[in-house]
Design a protein around this ligand. Structure first.
Ligand code: TMP
Length: 204
């Protein structure tokens, strides 16, 4: 079973993905925990290219292909073998990030994005996708509180993140069979409880 976490930067989705992995392992499940872009040696190298603030010349379509190339490698090298072995795969971001960021955010044609996503994943779909939603102001508040500087993607500006967030809402509406919207404003342990209540019904 593939479970994915989505949301804008600083939504807390990585924390929630980790909490879910820990909980599943406590229940004796074999879990593979991955992040996108990344999760294989090749995909981590592609991640470095994508997030490097020096790469201001990176074109939008190059960005789309690089995220998708990292994903193709991850799907074929790790995700599909793990699913075939009956493991639970938890992925911090998957192809919905490409639809939200490169499609709705950058404005690349959504039909093209859909086709590329299908090729990159060989049609692999998550069973459940948790969309952790926060308001845009929260990104900048949390970034300052964490004392972190913005990477190349995070430097894309407020309007961009508004479009990405709205894109996630559209996706969640269109694919309501697998999307679960969770408010990222609550304390992490409360969000986790909400997520666990849903996952345990499917798995335990
Ligand atoms: P992360 O901060 O969750 O590790 O994600 C890295 C950044 O890459 C984040 O700003 C979201 C962005 N991203 C895309 O724009 N498209 C994608 O397909 C993926 C997986 C991530």
């Amino acid at each position: 079973m593939l479970i994915t976490f989505e949301g804008i930067d600083y939504s807390g989705k990585s924390t929630q993905a980790k909490l879910l992995v820990d909980r599943l392992e406590k229940h004796g499940k074999e879990v593979v925990f991955l992040r996108e872009p990344g999760g294989t040696s090749i995909s981590e190298k592609i991640r470095n290219i994508l997030l490097d603030k020096k790469h201001l010349e990176l074109k939008q379509i190059t960005e789309l292909f690089l995220f998708s190339a990292a994903r193709t490698q991850l799907v074929n090298e790790v995700i599909l073998p793990a699913l075939q072995a009956g493991k639970v795969v938890v992925c911090d971001r998957f192809y919905d990030s490409t639809t939200a960021y490169q499609g709705y955010g950058r404005g690349i044609n959504l039909n093209d994005i859909q086709a590329i996503n299908r090729i990159a994943t060989s049609g692999t779909k998550p069973r459940m996708t948790f969309f952790i939603d926060i308001e845009i102001d929260e990104i900048f508040r949390r970034q300052i509180a964490a004392g972190l500087s913005a990477d190349r993607m995070e430097s894309s500006g407020r309007d961009f993140f508004e479009r990405v967030r709205n894109g996630y809402w559209r996706l969640a509406e269109m694919e309501s069979d697998r999307f679960i919207i969770v408010s990222g404003k609550l304390p992490a342990d409360e969000i986790h409880r909400e997520i666990w209540d849903i996952v345990k019904k499917q798995i335990i």
